[in-house]
Design a protein around this ligand. Structure first.
Ligand SMILES: [Zn+2]
Length: 232
C-alpha cells in the first residue's frame, strides 16, 4: 500500500462506524478494514493513556484507504480520554469489568505513577460486563471475528502475549521490548483474561514511559506496518 504524502497527515481521511455509545453518549468509533477483518487494534481503554490514541491516530492518518485487514478503535474509553481518567465517566476501570470467571467485585488498586504504590482505587463495576464500553467492545469482536486483537497500553514497555504467538514475537523483536506471557500481577476481569476464556487471541502492546515525540518516532512505524502487512 502506498502511504499518503506528509502534507496530508493532519487528518483521518476515512470515516468510522459507530459501534456503541458511552454512558455520556459519546460515540464509540471503529474504522473498519477494506476486506475481511483479521486484526483489531484498540487504544485507550485506560483514558489516562492518551499516548496510545495519539500514536494509533498518527498511524491511521498515513493510510490512503482503509487497512486491508485491520480494524482500528482509537479510544475504547472515550469519556476517560476526555476527562483524563483511567476509568470511564462512572469511575469504572473497564479493563477489570470484562465478564471472566475470575471477575472480582472488590475495588481495583492501581499506581498513580510507575514509582507509586498501588493505592488508588477504582471500581470494577457493579457487576461483570456492566459498562456500555465493555459490552460494545465484546459485541464488536463478535461482529468482526478478528484472528487477533492488539490492545495498546502504557507505560510498562513490554509485549504481553499469553499465547506467545509469532505475531507477538515479531512485535517484541520489532520494538526491542521484552516478550512476556503475563504482566506479573493478577488482572481479574481484564480484556486479556476475557480473550483467553473466549478463544480470542490477545496481544497487549505496552508502550514505554517516554515523551510523545519519542513514542511517535519509535512506535508509529510499527503500527503502520501492522495496519498494512499483507499477511495480516
Ligand atoms: Zn493501560
Amino acid at each position: 500500500m502506498n502511504l499518503r504524502p506528509r502534507q496530508q497527515w493532519g487528518t483521518i481521511p476515512l470515516e468510522p462506524d459507530t459501534y456503541g455509545r458511552s454512558p455520556l453518549g459519546t460515540p464509540l468509533e471503529v474504522w473498519r478494514p477494506r476486506g475481511r477483518c483479521r486484526m483489531l487494534i484498540f487504544a485507550a481503554i485506560h483514558g489516562e493513556e492518551s499516548e496510545t490514541t495519539l500514536a494509533l491516530s498518527r498511524a491511521l492518518r498515513r493510510l490512503p484507504e482503509p487497512s486491508p485487514h485491520c480494524a482500528v478503535v482509537l479510544a475504547a474509553n472515550p469519556d476517560g480520554l476526555l476527562r483524563g481518567t483511567r476509568g470511564n465517566a462512572r469511575g469504572v476501570e473497564l479493563n477489570r469489568n470484562f465478564p471472566t470467571r475470575d471477575w472480582r467485585p472488590e475495588p481495583v488498586a492501581h499506581r498513580f505513577t510507575l514509582e507509586d504504590p498501588r493505592d488508588v482505587l477504582l471500581s470494577p463495576g457493579p457487576h461483570a460486563g456492566s459498562e456500555p464500553e465493555t459490552q460494545a467492545l465484546i459485541a464488536l469482536i463478535g461482529d468482526l471475528k478478528p484472528e487477533v486483537v492488539i490492545s495498546l497500553h502504557a507505560p510498562l514497555a513490554c509485549i504481553d502475549d499469553a499465547n506467545q504467538s509469532a505475531l507477538g514475537r515479531w512485535l517484541a523483536e520489532r520494538t526491542g521490548m521484552p516478550f512476556v506471557a503475563d504482566v506479573g500481577y493478577p488482572t481479574p476481569g481484564s480484556f486479556g483474561t476475557w480473550g483467553g476464556e473466549n478463544k480470542v487471541p490477545v496481544i497487549t502492546y505496552e508502550f514505554p514511559l517516554a515523551d510523545p515525540d519519542a513514542l511517535v518516532r519509535d512506535h508509529v512505524p510499527v503500527l503502520v506496518e501492522l495496519l498494512t502487512r499483507a499477511d495480516g
